[in-house]
Every structure is written in structure tokens, then in C-alpha cells.
Design a protein around this ligand. Sequence first.
Ligand SMILES: [Zn+2]
Length: 287
Amino acid sequence: MRKIGSHVSMSSPDYIAGSVKEALAYGADALMLYTGAPQNSFRAPISQLRIEEGLTIWKEHDYDPVDIIIHCPYIINLANTLKPETYEMGKEVLRKEIDRTMAIQARYMVLHPGSALTGDVTESLLQVARGINEVLREDDNVVIALETMAGKGSEVGKTFEEIRLIIDNVIYKDKIGVCLDTCHIHDAGYDLSDFDGVLRQFDEIIGLEKLCVVHVNDSKNVRGAHKDRHANIGYGEIGFDILNTIVHHPALDSIAKILETPYINKQAPYGYEIENFRNEQFREIPL
Ligand SMILES: [Zn+2]
């Protein structure tokens, strides 16, 4: 199994160099980071991010910058058809995030499709595509990976059909893809005990070639709960065996698999979770 890692922090003073070192300490060969706090748009200037230093360390381990995944901030909500200023602000933040992603030499940027609130779901999905079209340029070397959502509240992108509607309406098809989150699709109602069946559906509705990132999380809730509460691997309703089958699935071999499980007693569980997957055997996390 290759290309497994976790969400890592990126903060002053080490920035990307610190993120890479954190991932390596977990035994990871992929990582995901937010370029600042996920809930706001304040960002340090690109020149301060210690990008070269981080990439040098990453490449010394023969790892690929394409496996450095960027997660866009949550405040982007292109699906909000009720408040034009939210949509405009989302586009502005997304454009800057595209530039930062290219400066980091990463390619995949995970984006939450957003929430429709009381608006019409189809209109919201079409607006997400329009927003992406208004900021993406032909020479951008990125892929926006729309994340499959749990369907909490009025979240859109909770079915493969909804994701497909966005993709169908994006102009630059080579710059749009999907991030599949195991907790979210379980919470949305998909049965991960038949992962081949889920992949078949994904392929029929979206196309497997669009899958570019997988978020590997257990879920605190039963299938179809529409809750979105991540659990540590082997401590939730999906369970270790199913998630282990997923991370070792040959169809996902070339795709980064990223853990976003909760900290335990303020400590990162990722080194232990990655080790369990590499050993294909569940051991209690000693934290
Ligand atoms: Zn996400």
C-alpha cells in the first residue's frame, strides 16, 4: 500500500517544511494541509511558506509533490444562492487558493461543494459549477476535487449524482475531480461493506478516472445518519476491516489516501493508524 497519509498542520514558523516533517514522522508518503486556518481566509504570504525547503525534504524521500493535497477553507460556499456576497467572497478565496496550490507545486485541491441553506439544490449545484468556471483559467495546473458530503443540514454533493451535475457543468474537465470521504458517504447512506459495488456506482455515475483523493475516516454514526462525525480507524461504525480493504484496494493504488480522524488526548493518532493499515491488523491506539 502506498500513498497513505493524514491531515497535517501548517503553521509559523516552519510552514510547509514543518508539514512535511510531521507527515514523515507518521510514516506517511502522502499528506494534506490547509494553507491556514480552515475557518477563515487569512493566509501568510507565499514567500513565507518555506515551500522549497519542504519540497526538498519530501523529494529526498522519493515522494511526489502531487501527493501533497491542499484542502480549501470551509468558508468557501459557492452553493449559497441566497447571499451573492457569500458567493463572491468564495470565488475570491478560491482563486487565491489556486495560486497558492500551484506555488506549492501541489495539484489536487479538495473543495466542499457547500450548503444550499433554504435554496433550491439544483440551482445551488449549478452555481458551484459557475463559480468554478469564473475562477479557473485554462493554464491553471490544478484539479479541484469536489468532496462527497454526508448531507448534514443542507449540504450539497451528498450523492454521486449531485457531484456529477457539478462536473457536467464545469468547462475545464481536466481540472475537476472528486475526493471520496469514507465517513461522509457512509453517513450519506452508501454501504461500504460492498466497496466494489460503491466503486461500480461511482464509475457508472461519475467515472472512476475522476477520483483523485480518498479521505479515510471511520464514522461515529450508523449508515445514512447524515451526521459527519469522524471516528478513529476501528473505533466507529464502519470498522477496521472494511477501511483496510478500501486503503488496499488496487483501484486506489495511485491515489492519495488521507486520514482526518480525531486527536486522542490531544495527540495525533495518525502514526498508529497508518501502521495498522500497513500491517493490515488492528491494534488499539495507545494514546
Ligand atoms: Zn473536507
